[in-house]
Design a protein around this ligand. Structure first.
Ligand SMILES: Nc1ncnc2c1ncn2[C@@H]1O[C@H](COP(=O)(O)OP(=O)(O)O)[C@@H](O)[C@H]1O
Ligand SMILES: O=P(O)(O)OC[C@H]1O[C@](O)(COP(=O)(O)O)[C@@H](O)[C@@H]1O
Length: 311
């Protein structure tokens, strides 16, 4: 069983438009509404591929009801913690060349009591868990040490914790010693406080993050695939895609990595295959086995150190 915590879930609206013109009127060429937030997406990807997943989510207001209703279609074991303020809505505008422009709301303010209820709900649903995935931004009201405290409280259970978040919460979580972190390039740059241009820069930054406390670093690099840095070694992998929408691709990538065992080059290969499949699907649609299929995956045991990582 995989258990995910999405502290700040969303109702995701993805709108397809022709070229975005600032200040212009855009007629949508397509639109979809999906349950969103990084932990929810990880759970959706896992279930879509035959794994069992539980999603712990704070959900208040009519938008919270909508989120829970949307989740009914996905066969996820949902644990809802009711909150006074409503779930946020995030909007992604996708252009035909797959450029995505995102507007994410900050989300509802959660009271101390609601945050405590969320932690308690998670802690009382991890008995059968192999991994806990704490993912996404934190809602207003939560301190930057929210995930760090959770990691500390989960430690006695022996469950492995993966964290995918950004900003100050990322660095604070790392110091609490999670088994795995999944930064994208921007998040890794922010964590080490410098730009990263090459595979070597990414590996050095990942080693710095490991020195701070994270066990494994799985860094996602968009079309440049992903770099895995763990005790056993360093690998870089890429997979082919026909990009359509990158929303949730990082979540699918993390789900693939965990589904394939959570360490080593084979898990990295699965991760980039799921990520590439996700980016080829509309909105934040999570790929199933038929989408991942026989995608061309390349795993480099000896990474090309000088290869550029920005597309
Ligand atoms: N253009 C692309 N071609 C192939 N794979 C892609 C492409 N864009 C994203 N991916 C896959 O999705 C993963 C996550 O993308 P990325 O943008 O780095 O993460 P996030 O969504 O967390 O910002 C990548 O590691 C890669 O496997
Ligand atoms: O919590 P954040 O950082 O605002 O991100 C939430 C958004 O991220 C998503 O999980 C998509 O993930 P990516 O941003 O990694 O593509 C959306 O479902 C959600 O709207």
């Amino acid at each position: 069983m995989f258990v995910t915590l999405t502290a700040n879930p969303s109702v995701d609206r993805t709108v397809e438009v022709d070229r975005i013109i600032r200040g212009g009127l855009h007629r949508a060429t397509g639109a979809r509404v999906q349950p969103g937030g990084k932990g929810i997406n990880v759970a959706r990807a896992l279930v879509r591929n035959g794994f069992k997943a539980r999603a712990v989510v704070p959900a208040g207001g009519p938008e919270g009801d909508q989120l829970i209703t949307l989740l009914r279609d996905y066969n996820i074991d949902v644990v809802r913690v009711r909150t006074a303020e409503p779930v946020r809505s995030n909007v992604s505008l996708v252009e035909p060349d797959a450029t995505v422009t995102k507007v994410n709301e900050s989300g509802p303010h959660l009271s101390g009591r609601e945050l405590e209820a969320l932690c308690d709900a998670l802690l009382s649903h991890v008995d059968d868990a192999e991994w806990v995935v704490a993912a996404g931004s934190l809602p207003p009201g939560a301190g930057e040490d929210f995930y760090a405290e959770l990691i500390a409280r989960l430690a006695p259970t022996g469950v492995k914790v993966a964290v995918d978040t950004s900003g100050p919460a990322f660095r604070t979580s790392v110091k609490a010693g999670p088994a795995l972190v999944k930064p994208n390039l921007d998040e890794l740059e922010e964590a080490v406080g410098r730009p990263l241009d090459t595979v070597r820069d990414v590996v050095d930054a990942a080693q710095e993050v490991r020195a701070l406390g994270a066990g494994t670093v799985l860094a996602s690099l968009g079309g440049k695939g992903a770099v895995l840095v763990e005790d056993a070694g360093v690998w870089h992998a890429t997979a082919s895609a026909e990009p359509r929408s990158s929303v949730g691709a990082g979540d699918a990538m993390l789900a693939g990595f965990l589904a394939a065992g959570g360490s080593g080059p084979q898990a990295l290969a699965t991760a980039v295959a799921w990520g590439a499949a996700a980016v080829s699907l509309p909105g934040s649609t999570m790929p199933g086995p038929e989408d991942v299929g026989a995608r061309r995956v390349r795993v480099d045991p000896r990474p090309k150190w000088t290869e550029k990582v920005r597309e």
